[in-house]
Design a protein around this ligand. Sequence first.
Ligand code: G6Q
Length: 540
Amino acid sequence: MAEILLRDMPEFQALEAHFETIEKTHLRELFADDPKRGETFALNAEGLYFDYSKNRITAETVKLLVALAEASGLKAKIEAMFTGEKINITENRAVLHVALRSAPNEVINLDGVNQVPLVHEVLDAMSAFCNKIRSGEWKGFTGKPIKNIVNIGIGGSDLGPVMAYEALKYYTQRDLNFRFVSNVDSTDFVEATYDLNAEETLFIVASKTFTTLETMTNAHSARAWTLAELKDEKSIAKHFVALSTNAEAVTRFGIDTANMFGFWDWVGGRYSMDSAIGLSTMLAIGPVQFKEMLAGFHAMDEHFRTTEFAKSLPVVLGMLTVWYNDFFNAQTVAVLPYEQYLKRFPAYLQQLTMESNGKHVTLSGAQVTYETGPIFWGEPGTNGQHSFYQLIHQGTKLIPCDFIGFFETLNPLGDHHTFLMSNVFAQAEALAFGKTAEELEAEKVPEALIPHKTFEGNRPSNIILADKLTPEVLGKLVALYEHSVFVQGCVWQIDSFDQWGVELGKVLANRIIPELKSDSELKHDSSTNKLIAMYREKNK
Ligand code: G6Q
C-alpha cells in the first residue's frame, strides 16, 4: 500500500482527538463507571490470561486503536510475513521465523521452494545429535562423554539461548553443565571455562554470519584452549559444532559441515532462538520438550494470524504500546516477570523490541514525525520493588508495566508463591488506584507527610498470567512479544527486521583494531586520537 504518513491518517487523528478526552480521566473513575471492567478488558487465549483493564482506555479507545491497526494494513502485512514475502525490504529478505515452528505438513514457499521440509530436516539432525550427547553416546576425543556445553555467540545468537536456558532450567538434564560466552572481553571466556576440562567440553559456535568479531575471537580462543589440552587437530571434530548459515566460513574455521546445523537468511538474529541457534536449549531440555516449545510458538502464530484484532493478544498488546508511546509520550515500558526463571527475559526483550523498532525512517526512507520504539527494561519481581519501583509509583514519568506471573510455582516451598503473587496483584492495584490525601488523612498521617505519602495512581499496567512456566508457555510468551513488535512496526511504517545500527559497530571497531596495534598516523577527531594514543602508550 502507498505510504500515507501516520500523522496524516484519519485513524491516527481520531486517536489524537480521543486522547484529549481521556488524558485527565483517572483509572479510579473508569473502574467506578464499570463494575465489570476487570473482566471486560481481559482476554483468555492459548492458555494466557491477559488483563489489560488497568490501562487508560475505554471501549472507544480499543475501537480506535483497532481501526488504526486495520488502516495500517496489518492484516495484509501479517499474511505477507506468513507467506514469505520479502517484507524486510532494506535487506530484501523474507521474514519467516514462523516457518521455524510450522507443522511438518504445512507449505511455506519462498522463491518456489517449500521451506518447511528444510526446517524439519535440521530439527531432525539436531534431535539426533542432542540424543547422542544427552545419552553419553557421543564421546569426546579421549573417549569420555560430554559434560560441559559452552555456547559461543552474541546478540541474537546468545540472548535467546541464554534466556531460554534460564527460563527452562527446571526441565534441563542436570548432569550437563551449560555456559554462555558472548563478550569479546577475555574475562567472559576465561571465567566460563575456568573450571572445565577440554576432554568433556563441547563448544557450540553460534553465528549466523560466522564473521562476527566477538564470536570468532572467542571461537579461536576456544580452539586454542582445546588444543592446548588435547594436542591434536582431530579433536576439534569431537568438541566443536557450528550453528550458521555460512557453510564456507564454518569449513574454513576447521569445523566439519557434518557438525554444522544450518538455518537461512530469512531468520533474523533476534528471531532465531527456535532455529538451529536453539541447539543449546535442545541439549538442555531434550528434543521432545524443545518441540513442545515450538508448538507453543506455533499456537501463538496461529492465534495472531486468525484472530480478530480486538481479541488478538499480540495486537492488543502492541497497540497499547503504540497508545502510550505516541499519545502519552511514554518513553519506556517496564517488563516485570514475577518468576525467577524468567530473569533474563527483560534482557532478551530489549533486543527483540529495541533492535526491531528503534528506527527513525519509514520503509520508504522518510524521516518519521512521531515516536517509534520505546525503551524496554525490567527485572524480575519482587527485586525491582526494592529499587526502581519508587520511580514508577511516585516519579514524574509515565511507565507502562507488563507484569508476568504464574498461578503455580515449579518449586513449591512454604508460602513463597503466595507472597510472590500477592505482590503482583498489589503492585498493579497500587499503580492504578494510588492513595489519596483523604485516605491518608483518615489514617491520621501527619499533614506534612501527606504530599510525600500520596500516590496519584493512574499508572497503567498489563498482567499476563499462565498456569505454570513450561516450554510450551515460554514459546507462547516469546511469540506474543515477537508479534506485538510486528504490530507496532506496522503502525510506525518501519522495517522491524533490519539492524543497520548494529552493522555500524561491526565496521567501526574493525577500523580501529589495527590502529591500536601500530604507530600509524591517526586521522580521527581530537578526542578519539587522544584516547587511542593513551591506549598505545599504556600497552607499549
Ligand atoms: C540480531 C542482530 C545481531 C546478531 C549478532 C550476531 O537480530 O542481527 O544481534 O544476532 O550481531 O550475529 P551473528 O549470529 O551473525 O554472529
